[in-house]
Design a protein around this ligand. Structure first.
Ligand SMILES: Nc1ncnc2c1ncn2[C@@H]1O[C@H](COP(=O)(O)OP(=O)(O)OP(=O)(O)O)[C@@H](O)[C@H]1O
Ligand code: SF4
Ligand SMILES: [Mg+2]
Length: 382
């Protein structure tokens, strides 16, 4: 449902979603082909525009009164191209999982649009939504709790086939599940085992196999390796990179830590308090960050080289993250930003290429929501 109070607020400066070629379609196959043609023409597979999710804050036990709202996601825009990985990074509570749930249609957006191949999926329901959901799957953070302990691995991986029997008819399911176990590097003979008989890394492989079961095009990975040991994290990330090549998957890879997403992401979006602070390619974000928040996050990433570590500029952020129910005026980061000026409290900085870098081919020319965006060499400050 659209929130009319948002209508006058500034919208992030993202390009408009180009008009979908509206050919006259006569069948479901024709409709799917028309949507595929949009991506083949080079349009992003997913376009997120000014996505908003406000959770109402209520008071009273019998008669509930709304006294405010948690602005978990408050105008987020980004694109995802076919075959690419977009990393989304930010501190706990900044709205990463809520974005994931909105993309999966597990939560209803307060406002904004999510275009899958040019079609707004926030307004779909019934069969049309079910068809889209098949193509967008999710891998969850905790492989210990996201798998039902009373189900065998075969039943867990094959569960999506109950909802979409057209992908694997009953007689074909066991073979399909065994193939999936093989694809994620697990012995197909383990099909009758239970989750507790696997290690954390193996359980996450089971979660990935389940995510792949319906041959999706997009996988939303919400902190898929955060609960794993560092050595196992690398194995799971390598597996995901291999599967991406093999199946031409597009990933949204959510993490707290900039160092984890670097190895798998083509582009990275940095979130702060329900908004994107900065979006750019791997090189732009890690070597030429222009937003103070990204610079602070980067300065906290562990650096293995002792000499580089000694010379780097460590930025310690002071103050707590403000409540998403009552975010600061203007720039949301201003209460913790060492560069904040009066303008930052009065005017909200939009996510756009900063004026001073526009038209130049410097890697600093990428989207940053800061009035005073400038490059700071955080990691290589030798
Ligand atoms: N169902 C809900 N009802 C009310 N508030 C919610 C709900 N879900 C999330 N929130 C709030 O929205 C904000 C964003 O939560 P979200 O889970 O998206 O953050 P996150 O970035 O994924 O955090 P983490 O890194 O800890 O997983 C938080 O303040 C959270 O408390
Ligand atoms: S707009 Fe101002 S407060 Fe916000 S990040 Fe930039 S300098 Fe800091
Ligand atoms: Mg989360």
């Amino acid at each position: 449902m659209a929130d009319p109070t948002k209508a006058d607020e500034p919208q992030d400066a993202m390009p408009n979603v180009s008009d979908v070629e509206v050919a006259e379609v006569h069948s479901e196959e024709e409709a799917v082909a028309a949507l595929d043609a949009n991506v083949e023409r080079g349009e992003p597979i997913l376009q997120v525009r000014n996505l908003v999710k406000h959770f109402p804050l209520t008071q009273g036990i019998v008669i509930k009164r709304q006294i405010g709202a948690v602005k978990a996601v408050d105008g987020v825009s980004f694109d995802l191209h076919q075959g690419e990985t977009l990393g989304i990074v930010g501190e706990s509570g900044c709205g990463k999982s809520t974005v994931a749930k909105l993309l999966m249609s597990l939560e209803t957006a307060t406002a904004g649009e999510v275009f899958y191949k040019g079609q707004d999926i926030t307004r779909l329901s019934g069969r049309a939504l079910k068809a889209v959901r098949r193509n967008i799957q999710m891998i969850f953070q905790d492989p210990y709790t996201s798998l039902n302990p009373r189900m065998t691995v075969g039943d867990i991986i094959g569960e999506p086939f109950d909802i979409h029997p057209e992908v694997a008819p009953k007689g074909d399911r066991r073979r399909k599940v065994m193939d999936l176990l093989d694809v994620v590097g697990l012995n197909p003979e383990y099909i009758n085992r239970y989750p507790h008989q696997f290690s954390g890394g193996q359980r996450q492989r089971i979660g990935i196999a389940r995510g792949l079961a319906l041959n999706p095009e997009i996988i939303i990975c919400d902190e898929p390796v955060s609960a794993l040991d560092v050595s196992v994290q690398a194995q799971v990330i390598n597996l995901m990179a291999r599967l991406q090549d093999e199946f031409n998957l597009s990933y949204i890879f959510i993490a707290h830590d900039l160092s984890i997403v670097r190895h798998i992401s083509d582009r990275v979006g940095v979130m702060y308090l329900g908004k994107m602070a900065e979006v750019g390619t791997d090189e732009q974000i890690y070597e030429y960050p222009t937003h103070p928040y990204t610079q602070a996050l980067l300065s906290a990433v562990p650096v293995p080289d002792p000499e580089a570590r000694e010379h780097r500029d460590r930025i310690i952020l002071t103050g707590d993250v403000p409540s998403p129910a009552n975010p600061p005026s203007g720039c949301r980061f201003r209460t913790r930003c060492w560069k904040a000026q009066d303008k930052c409290a009065q005017e909200e900085p939009l996510l756009a290429i900063p004026e001073r870098f526009k038209g130049s081919d410097t890697p600093a020319a990428h989207e940053s929501a800061c009035h005073f965006a400038e490059v700071k060499d955080v990691v290589h400050a030798a």
